[in-house]
Design a protein around this ligand. Structure first.
Ligand SMILES: [Zn+2]
Length: 487
């Protein structure tokens, strides 16, 4: 352990530093899982490691707390491993800048190494009396959540779970979105344009802001695919172009920031096209107040073989893109200001008549993503498209009544004289999987102040790690003592 960094609380940072010495990027967690199993063995604690490397460690109740409900403490073992190429092979080298801890030339792995360190420290320390504890350490949260997904939840005795994968001190996460991806496709009717004086034109829309389809969906950033569809609809009524190729967006769960398409039209229509493109550009600028947005056209060398959509097929496609629900659909009735249901048309591709649209749906409320799927299906089928839903994951619905959340808020107020902010997130977390598998689960998520995770700028506040440690110890003592803490 490098003691020159002077990291307190020692118990937490000793485990964190030990983990930093073991490579543990997603997909490479066997060694770190073995290390944690070794900690359990050393302290005489019962543990079980599954074939993926998920680890469950039990700490019996302290004297006087034997009749208390167990508490599950959960964190993920893997980290997003990014390193500057010139530092290859060097592992995590910790750097302290005042209150901040970061890594030289790589991700730090505070997400979620600090969470794992809390779990190990709480399982092995003597600051109780604590109720029975179950430490659950999962693999591959950052890539597929396969660890949580495939963990045998029947091993868990507790129905109260504290997840330690959040990034802002004083904020308690109490709900998360479920989701599903939709692929909508059709083979649309194509023909040769049959123009008198054909020209080929490329339209390009770029510079929109984009973002995460869950966390940024309420920010009104606009969807480049739908903006392009608006221009194409105007063009269709005024110059009747033949749409040959169209693409937009990059991932279903990212807001589309760019789109481009190739059109065939009469040379005599170019002037009108130019006018409509300029209008679209001005309109976008005034709506989004973003100088980077650019809608432009350019002439391409003529390719006489090019086929494109018939006007009827183009109408059907534009109708679908413009009518399908996109963006925020519902806000949360229980959590002010939080998005509860949304869709995102993230990817569109059209080439040779084969057309595919990819959507990410999210919902924090039970049953809503299924309803929305059927709504999109009805629209798609009306325009001759078929829909396939896949990759569904469950929601973690906010509980109006949560004794665990109330205990956490009470302890936080006692310690800091401030109210803890309770919120939900419009994105998936491992808690959603556990909330789905363990009926009646009472669950919260929290963590210390961490910034720019998943990048080499990642850093954590050392003093915040200490305050959250004090809070966690106090919360567990509260859960070990108060008789009303049963779920
Ligand atoms: Zn994480």
């Amino acid at each position: 352990m490098d003691q020159t960094l002077n990291l307190e609380p020692r118990r937490v940072f000793d485990f964190f530093q030990a983990m930093c010495a073991i490579p543990h990027g997603s997909g490479n967690t066997r060694a770190v899982s073995d290390y944690c199993a070794g900690v359990a063995r050393e302290h005489g604690l019962w543990y079980r490691q599954d074939e993926l490397g998920n680890l469950l460690i039990r700490r019996p109740a302290d004297p006087g707390c034997e009749d208390r409900e167990p508490v599950i403490l959960q964190a993920h073992l893997d980290m997003v491993w990014i390193q500057h190429p010139e530092a290859a092979g060097q592992g995590i080298r910790l750097v302290r800048d005042g209150d901040l801890l970061r890594a030289e030339s790589s991700t730090l792995g505070a997400d979620d190494g600090i969470g794992v360190a809390y779990v190990l420290a709480l399982l092995t320390q003597k600051e109780g009396p604590f109720p029975p504890l179950e430490g659950l350490l999962t693999v591959d949260e950052e890539t597929s959540m396969e660890g949580a997904e495939r963990f045998d939840c029947s091993l868990l005795q507790g129905r109260r779970l504290i997840n330690l994968d959040s990034e802002e001190e004083g904020i308690l996460l109490a709900g998360a979105a479920g989701g599903v991806q939709l692929d909508v496709q059709a083979d649309l009717e194509v023909r040769r344009p049959g123009l008198q004086q054909p020209v080929m034109v490329q339209l390009t829309l770029s510079g929109m802001e984009g973002g995460h389809s869950g966390m940024d969906i309420q920010k009104g950033r606009g969807n480049a695919i739908r903006e392009m569809a608006g221009l194409l609809a105007d063009l269709q009524t005024q110059v009747r172009p033949t749409l040959c190729v169209w693409s937009g967006g990059s991932f279903p769960n990212a807001i589309a920031a760019q789109s481009q398409c190739t059109l065939a039209l009469e040379e005599t229509a170019l002037e009108q096209l130019d006018r409509l493109v300029r209008q679209a550009q001005e309109h976008l600028q005034s709506r989004f107040d973003r100088p980077a947005i650019s809608m432009t056209w350019s002439q391409l060398p003529l390719s006489p073989e090019g086929e494109g959509l018939t006007q009827a097929a183009l109408s059907r496609l534009l109708e679908l893109v413009r009518q399908v629900p996109d963006g925020v659909q519902q806000v949360d009735p229980l959590v002010p200001g939080m998005v509860a249901v949304s869709t995102n048309l993230g990817v569109l591709s059209l080439d040779g008549g084969t057309c595919r649209l990819e959507f990410a749906l999210r919902s924090n409320l039970p049953g809503e993503k299924e309803k929305l799927t059927e709504q999109v299906r009805a629209l798609a089928e009306r325009e001759g498209f078929s829909l396939r839903a896949h990759g569904a994951y469950p929601e973690w619905t906010f509980r109006a009544d949560s004794p665990l959340r109330e205990a956490a808020c009470r302890v936080y107020r006692q310690l800091t004289d401030r109210s803890m902010e309770v919120t939900t997130i419009h994105a998936g977390t491992e808690c959603s999987i556990f909330a789905d598998r363990l009926p009646g689960l009472d669950c919260i998520s929290l963590g210390p102040d961490t910034w720019d995770v998943h990048s080499t700028q990642e850093r954590v506040s050392i003093s915040s790690v200490g305050r959250v440690w004090t809070f966690l110890s106090a919360l567990l003592r509260e859960l070990g003592s108060s008789a009303d803490s049963h779920p």
